[in-house]
Each structure stands twice: as C-alpha cells, then as structure tokens.
Design a protein around this ligand. Structure first.
Ligand SMILES: NC(=O)c1ccc[n+]([C@@H]2O[C@H](COP(=O)([O-])OP(=O)(O)OC[C@H]3O[C@@H](n4cnc5c(N)ncnc54)[C@H](O)[C@@H]3O)[C@@H](O)[C@H]2O)c1
Length: 456
C-alpha cells in the first residue's frame, strides 16, 4: 500500500516507520522544514528507543521517505493519515483542531483516485464529519472516504506498542474504507492483533474514554496514597492487593506526582468539554482533572515539608524532568509545576534528566542544569526523584550522602526502600507509605534531628 503520513511527530513518525517496516511504501510529510531536513539527514527530532535504527533501515530499503510538500505524496496514496497535533485550545481547554482542519484542506486539493483519509490524531467526536465536509467543499469531485483510527501507543514503548497493539480501532462508514484499513493493518492482523471496526464517532470516543479511564485509575491510587499517609497504611501494598484482582488489573496503579504528558491532560480536558457541550457532563472526569491539577503543585509543598517547612535560600535538586522515563517529552510534566512551586517558595532549583534537558531548558527559567545525578546532588539541601528513569533506580546512596549539604531524599515514585535509604543517613519521604524518622517533619530542626538520628 502507498501510505502518506501528514505530521511527523511522535505518532506520525513512529506509525510511518512501523508501516514501512510492515512493507508498505510510506511518505512522511511535515510542515516543519527543520524537522524534515533532520530526518533526511538521519537525525531523529524526538527521543524514542529503537526509532533511529527503524527509520534508517526503512529509508535504506526505500520504503520510507520525508518531504515537506504533500501534493505528490497524497496523489499516489491509498491512505492518507492525519497525525498532526491537537493541543488544548487556549482559554477553554477544548481540543484545538486548527492543525487537523488545515491538513484536511491541504490534502483535499491533492487527492487523486479513491483515497481513505484517516484521522490518527486524537480528535473529539464529530471531527471526522467536519474533515469530510472540508474536503468535499474544497474538492467536490474527489473520491474519498474519511475514517478514524485512533492511536494508543505509549511514548517510551511506542514501537513495541505499535507493532503489538492490544487492539486496533477503526471507525469507518463505508466498506471501501474498511477494506483499505484492513489491508493497511493486515501484517498485524496476522499477528492476531484484534481489529475492531466501529462507526467513526464510536472510534473517536473510544480513544478519549480509554485515556480518561487510565487517568482516573492513576488519580484514584494517588488519592488512596494520600489517605495511606494520613492513616499509616502502605499504598504499594494496597495497589498490589487490588491489582491482583483481574477485574481491576495492576497497571496504572503506581502512586506518584500526578499524570502529565502530551495526552492525558489535554484529552481529559477535551472530553470534559465535549460532554458538557453534549449536555451530559462527565462529573467523574471533571474531578479527575481538578484533583490531578492540584496534585502537581502539592508535590512542591510535600518537598517543602520534607525540608522542615522552608526551602528559602536552599538548593533543591530534581532528578528526572520528563513526564515519564524513556522520552524527551516535557509536555505537562509534573516537574514543571514542582520546580515553579519550589522557586516560588524561595528555593534554588537544580535539575538533571537523561534525555529531556534540551526540551526542558526553555520551560524552566531560572533552573540550573547538571550533567548527571551526582553533580545535581552536589551541595543540595534536598534531592527529589521526580521521574523514575532506570539511571536513578540504583543510585549510590553513600556517594549522594557525601555530596549533599543536607541528606533529604524525597522519592515521588517510590523507587527506594525506606529502611535502606534511612540506613544511609537520609531523611526520606515517599508517596503513600508509612512515615518514619524525618518524614512529615514540621521544622528545620526536626529534619536536622532526623538526619542526625539516622546517620550511621
Ligand atoms: N504522543 C503520544 O504519545 C500520542 C499517543 C496517541 C495519540 N496521540 C495523538 O496524536 C496526535 C499527534 O501527537 P504527537 O505527539 O505526534 O504531536 P507532535 O506535536 O509531536 O507532532 C505533530 C507534527 O505535525 C506537524 N504538522 C502540523 N500541522 C501540519 C500540516 N498541516 N502538515 C504537515 N505537518 C503538520 C507538526 O510540525 C509536528 O511535527 C495528537 O492528536 C495526539 O493527541 C499522541
């Protein structure tokens, strides 16, 4: 099949490279010239494990190419995917569909022969109808069908997710469109990935419902974690205790600093707006959005409390800035709210992230950047583990203790064992686990006492 991917960001580039790897002939288009030049030169505009090699191999096999002008690519395509961004619209939080509609207009003028135009971007219910209207209006004689094919890949595991998805959802209103989509995904179908064909509107909503459910699951365990802290229970054990129940499942039950990233925050908000407009508000999702927003800033207060109630004039070191490991994506990362909260309270913030610092720099004014975890901790009054990169899972605690001004460790991902960290002389706090010496300290003196008491 000839496939054209309009938008070569996380989703477009990964999908395009994977489709090429299935044997299709794929042209990736992007209006960002710098991005296309970089891709042509073999440089990836994003960090995603395995992507560079996958792209290089498929370029070498002549199945994958990159262009800025979509006309020729669309004219020869059997399927044109729209994979452009749908960020939150400023002001009201509804999905900003201007990139999708602009892409639809550009595609309309270049269509030739029967073509399926597929929205892979996450778009609110009814967007497919509008895309169809735009194309029909711009090119009344075009032979085309509009399908929805939401993408469920996770950044950091995107290639594996794309090649071995739990399911493929296709929203198609016409048999011809369904046939093309089945052919596009045939290699996966042979792998027994279930392909589910629904109406276009159902497919569009399925994506939002999935993300809202996962966001709710995270938010649920985060609130349970707060309760655990208040009553002296252990959220790790509670999560395991409920997660072993097949009806609940163990995934997305890791308490932490709140969800972030390029999808959950904007998609939950857009779903809330869609539901309000439809006259059927989703109260549960509205609450999830509000609870999660407050949580990120609350994490800064947690650090301040762990430091004895004040961070004024103190240096706080943050480990991990991206919204999760194995990506350089900083969109809506909890680290942004945490750093700002600490700066507002008078702290100097220093940070290190294995892949995200280039993206983070412009978003974190006043933050100093270190070259590794140990340099980041040098002379710091507190060390905060924000994102659980593998590189932070087995830090040399003795070395950190020696490097820091005051050994306060706040572990927002529950990576470490409290007894182990405390035996190295740290005052240690984590999320939703029983308190110990140094945790919940209300005064600077209490932290000093806890540190002194824990010193081996
Ligand atoms: N990032 C994820 O993990 C993920 C997962 C599932 C779904 N999605 C959805 O996929 C969509 C894309 O997300 P992303 O993270 O890949 O976005 P992105 O911002 O990384 O990439 C979008 C790309 O589209 C390009 N673009 C915009 N308008 C264009 C046009 N008219 N012609 C050509 N190129 C154009 C931009 O230059 C950019 O490179 C969004 O709707 C998102 O919600 C994202």
């Amino acid at each position: 099949m000839n496939i054209t991917m309009v938008g070569s960001g996380y989703v477009g580039l990964v999908s395009g490279a994977c489709f090429a790897d299935f044997g299709h002939s794929v042209v990736c288009v992007d209006s960002n010239r710098g991005r296309i030049e970089a891709l042509k030169a073999g440089r990836m505009p994003i960090y995603e494990p395995g992507l560079e090699a996958l792209v290089a191999e498929n370029v070498r096999q002549d199945r994958l190419s990159f262009v800025t002008d979509l006309d020729a690519a669309v004219a020869q395509a059997d399927a044109v995917f729209i994979a452009v961004g749908t960020p939150s619209r400023r002001g009201d939080g509804f999905a900003d569909l201007s990139f999708v509609y602009a892409a639809a207009r550009e595609i309309a003028g270049a269509l030739s022969g029967f073509t399926v135009v597929v929205t892979k971007s996450t778009v609110p219910v009814g967007t497919g109808d509008e895309v169809e209207r735009i194309i029909r209006e711009a090119n009344p004689t075009a032979e085309f069908a509009v399908a929805s094919n939401p993408e469920f890949l996770r950044e950091g595991a995107a290639i594996a997710d794309f090649k071995r998805p739990d399911r493929i959802v296709v929203g198609a209103e016409e048999a011809r469109a369904e046939a093309v989509m089945r052919e596009v995904y045939r290699p996966l179908y042979l792998n027994q990935a279930p392909i589910m064909v629904t109406s276009r509107r159902t497919a569009e909503l399925t994506k939002y419902a999935a993300n809202a459910f996962l966001a709710a699951k995270i938010t649920f365990i985060n609130e349970i974690a707060d309760l655990c802290e208040a009553v002296g229970a252990d959220v790790q054990a509670v999560a395991r205790g409920i997660g072993l129940d097949n009806r609940i499942g163990s995934k997305f039950l890791h308490a932490g600093p709140g969800y972030g990233g390029s999808c959950f925050p904007k998609d939950t908000l857009a779903l809330v707006k869609t539901a309000q407009d439809a006259g059927t508000p989703l109260r549960l999702v509205e609450t999830v959005v509000a609870v999660n927003d407050q949580r990120k800033r609350a994490m800064a207060r947690k650090v301040i409390k762990a430091c004895g109630g004040s961070v004024r004039g103190r240096t706080v070191a943050l480990l991990g800035l991206t919204f999760k490991p194995n990506t350089d994506d900083m969109r809506d990362a909890p680290s942004l709210a945490i750093a700002a909260g600490l700066q507002d309270a008078g702290a100097m913030v220093r940070a290190y992230d294995p892949e995200g610092m280039e993206q983070a720099r412009p978003l974190l004014p006043g933050v100093a950047f270190a070259e590794d975890a140990y340099h980041c901790a040098e002379g710091a009054d507190a060390l905060v583990l924000v994102t659980e990169w593998d590189a932070f899972r087995a830090l040399d605690l003795a070395r950190l203790h020696a490097a820091m001004q005051r050994p306060v460790l706040v572990d927002l991902r529950n990576v470490y064992r409290a007894d182990d960290v405390r035996s190295h002389g740290f005052a240690y706090s984590s999320i939703g686990r029983p308190t110990g010496p140094g945790e919940g300290a209300e005064t600077l003196q209490a932290v000093e006492d806890a540190v002194a008491a824990a010193d081996p």
